[in-house]
Design a protein around this ligand. Structure first.
Ligand SMILES: Cc1cc2nc3c(=O)[nH]c(=O)nc-3n(C[C@H](O)[C@H](O)[C@H](O)COP(=O)(O)O)c2cc1C
Length: 309
């Protein structure tokens, strides 16, 4: 069912320039008697019309004015045109973000986490659905409790994977996941579980003091993409704010498969998890940027235009 249209145009301010029509992806407005008017019954509430209007005549009720108000810094409301920010600084920030696997004990204030989530949601989303969800553990004890649930899940999984007959049978019925898991992860997980139980060493969240679980409610056209784009924004924002982060794929796997882990976080059944972000203040400073492996880039229309790694 379509959402009600919450875009409104002030006829006193509208000059009828038509720019709002040009950028609207849903044909929400038309020009009537020389002024823009909301005539469509579909609107993404994306705010392009409000962003482009030279007269400031457009408002979108569904947009939360608090979404760009941050507790720990303030943002100029003026739009930055393409090309106005030094790419070198942006790339330096992006390449300086590294997965942090050693955190100080200092907790991250809730306001800072709330700011980070707002930074996350400046990301695009399919049809602007913004169905992403953020479940936050802001205390080290809570992170440990989730770590414990996930450890229980992997202990059960490792018990199954240790059974050669079960591995063989599941493979024979076309389900090789258990045998693949045994080959690729069983030993390292077993070692991490031992360290967790015997030495209290946190190989899962690396001692992070907070965790953000990124999921999606039903109704999104591209839930995984939306959640992961918001996640990347959070990682970059965290680095800019002096924080370290690490994506925890093992936690995503547990939250995808284990009902007990999901119940622990009170996640609704219809809310898949796409990312788990470990968060905290990093222990070690790094010295330099490194880089990535060789790329594979294709330009299919130009012969010989493929660069293979
Ligand atoms: C989907 C995904 C899952 C990951 N899961 C884990 C994880 O469970 N534990 C961990 O320590 N790092 C995890 N990482 C971090 C990667 O190992 C890391 O991004 C990669 O080695 C590159 O290093 P960098 O992030 O410092 O640039 C994950 C990264 C991604 C993208």
């Amino acid at each position: 069912m379509a959402n009600p249209v919450t875009t409104a145009i002030d006829p006193e301010l509208c000059t009828g320039c038509g720019l709002c029509l040009t950028v609207c992806p849903a044909d929400t407005m038309t020009i009537v008697d020389g002024k823009a008017r909301v005539t469509g019954n579909r609107c993404l509430a994306c705010g392009h019309c409000a962003a482009i209007c030279p007269a400031g005549a457009v408002g979108v009720g569904e947009i939360d004015p608090e979404s760009l108000r941050f507790a720990s810094f303030s943002v100029e409301p003026g739009w930055l045109p393409p090309g106005c920010l030094a790419p070198a600084e942006l790339v330096r920030l992006m390449a300086s973000r590294r997965s942090c696997r050693n955190y100080r004990e200092t907790p991250v204030a809730r306001e800072i986490i709330a700011d980070l989530i707002k930074i996350g949601t400046t990301a695009p989303s399919g049809t602007n659905s913004q169905r992403w969800t953020f479940t936050v553990l802001a205390e080290r004890d809570e992170v440990n409790a989730l770590g414990n649930q996930i450890a229980l899940y992997f202990e059960r999984l490792n018990r199954l994977a240790a059974n050669p007959l079960l591995r063989l049978l599941t493979r024979m019925v076309g389900k090789p996941a258990l045998a693949d898991y045994h080959r690729n992860h069983y030993r390292s997980v077993q070692k991490s579980l031992r360290e967790w139980r015997e030495d209290g060493r946190d190989r899962l969240f690396h001692g992070a003091t907070a965790v953000i679980v990124v999921g999606s409610r039903p109704g999104a056209s591209c839930p995984a993409e939306d959640a992961l784009l918001a996640t990347q924004n959070i990682l970059l924002g965290a680095h800019a704010m002096g924080l370290g982060t690490c994506l925890i794929g093992f936690a995503v796997a547990a939250l995808a498969r284990d009902v007990r882990c999901r119940k622990h976080l009170q996640l609704p059944d219809d809310e898949p998890v796409y990312a788990v972000i470990a968060l905290g203040y990093p222990r070690e400073p790094y010295q330099r940027l490194t880089g990535r492996k060789k790329l594979l880039v294709r330009f299919p229309s130009s012969p010989g235009g493929t660069t293979e790694a």
